[in-house]
Design a protein around this ligand. Structure first.
Ligand SMILES: O=c1ccn([C@@H]2O[C@@H]3COP(=O)(O)O[C@H]3[C@H]2O)c(=O)[nH]1
Ligand SMILES: [Zn+2]
Ligand SMILES: [Zn+2]
Length: 252
């Protein structure tokens, strides 16, 4: 079986019709959860995926729609299943994830006082492609989102670019497609307004046609249906649909 990707949700941080923009990669040999937002455990429940079936979690950046479900995931795994989930994370995210996000809810005197007390923490180095679960290699690519906040997009199996929340970076997209063999792009999109911390639909529409052909849109707001015919040849990913990676790639 080839790699499949299933979005737990495809919504922006404020969406109500769509769950948080988190993804489940399945190589057939292992499952990797990309981000674990506030709605992750509910979405996984609806998808029929028990938490212990997930082999590892990878975090792109610290916002609730990407990490807000880690407390429940960690507690459920530790308390109900007596296991520490494997958490892959870039080193600069460890301190803010524990001190600014999880510590308030998870710390327990004499038992839990650091991230490693709940998760099996594995630090991954940006720029280095690393096998996280069998059949899934990820390279973290630092990308700009909120000034002063670390955020990492993903290059998966040397062929799929998965944007974290990020501002428009056309040079990176050109580089990945023309020099790195990238064959499809899952890109966050902000449908209306100025893209101060996100990438707007208009910015993506400014890319050359062959690049747009590779782009599938995610992390969109509740009014997405009004934009179906305004996105040109770019398509909108559907939450909870299982996509074989090959189906996301443009026929040559
Ligand atoms: O300077 C800022 C900081 C934040 N925000 C909003 O808060 C959200 C946090 O999650 P997100 O990164 O998915 O999306 C962000 C935006 O919707 C913003 O519009 N401008
Ligand atoms: Zn987000
Ligand atoms: Zn964000």
């Amino acid at each position: 079986m080839g790699l499949t990707i299933q979005m737990l949700g495809t919504g922006s941080a404020f969406a109500k019709h769509y769950y948080n923009n988190n993804a489940l990669l399945d190589s057939g040999e292992g499952k990797l959860l990309i981000d674990c937002g506030t709605t992750a455990s509910l979405a996984l429940h609806q998808m029929g995926v028990p938490l212990p079936d997930i082999d590892a979690i990878l975090i792109t950046h610290i916002h609730a729609d990407h990490v807000g479900g880690l407390e429940e995931f960690g507690f459920q795994m530790n308390i109900l299943h007596r296991r520490k989930p494997l958490l892959y994370i870039a080193e600069p995210l460890i301190h803010p994830l524990w001190e600014h996000t999880l510590k308030g809810g998870m710390s327990q005197q004499g038992m839990i006082d650091k991230l490693e007390d709940v998760f099996e923490v594995n630090v991954i180095t940006p720029g280095v492609s690393t096998t996280l679960v069998p059949g899934i290699q990820i390279e973290l690519i630092p990308t700009q989102h909120i000034p002063g906040k670390h955020s990492y997009s993903l290059f998966i199996n040397d062929r799929l670019f998965y944007s974290a929340d990020m501002v428009f970076d056309p040079d990176l997209l050109h580089h990945l497609v023309h020099e790195r063999g990238c064959r499809s792009i899952l890109h966050e999109v902000q449908l209306q307004g100025a893209g101060e911390v996100h990438t707007t639909l208009d910015e993506l529409l400014s890319l050359p046609t062959p690049l747009q052909e590779q782009i599938h849109l995610m992390h969109y707001s509740d009014d997405m249906e009004q934009f179906r015919d305004k996105a040109g040849i770019m398509s909108f990913l559907e939450q909870q649909r299982v996509y074989p990676l090959a189906d996301l790639e443009r026929a040559e």
